[in-house]
Design a protein around this ligand. Structure first.
Ligand code: 5GP
Length: 104
């Protein structure tokens, strides 16, 4: 089945502030906000404001994102089999509890 990756998603409405959200970090290119259904004490979603725009990230923005990564589990759900629900590329940063592997 085709993946509707070019269609608008709920994250467009978050970027445009139509939907309230708790901002953790924001600049011209990147938005990080708390997941509405947190899977741990810390659950942040990091998204590029331009869809599929990761190649546009500056070094400083990359470094900021990776400093959270040092203390957290990073999850990317990719495609239908990966249980991706929102087709706007995003990274989950989850931490603050014991993680299990494999996740099952
Ligand atoms: P995935 O596509 O990787 O499965 O996950 C999408 C994530 O977006 C889920 O963890 C879900 O809880 C989160 N999410 C979906 N809708 C909203 C929303 O309106 N606000 C916020 N803050 N998170 C959302």
């Amino acid at each position: 089945a085709a993946i509707p990756s070019d269609s608008p998603t709920i994250f467009d409405k978050i970027i445009s502030r139509e939907i309230p959200h708790h901002v953790v970090y924001e600049d011209d290119n990147v938005l990080a906000f708390r997941d509405i259904r947190p899977q741990g004490p810390i659950h942040i979603l990091v998204i590029p404001k331009v869809k599929d725009g990761l190649t546009g990230l500056s070094k400083a923005e990359e470094n900021h994102s990776t400093s959270w990564a040092a203390f957290s589990t990073i999850v990317i759900n990719d495609g239908p089999q990966g249980c991706q629900a929102v087709y706007h590329i995003h990274v989950h940063v989850i931490g603050g509890r014991q993680m299990n592997w494999p996740p099952g």
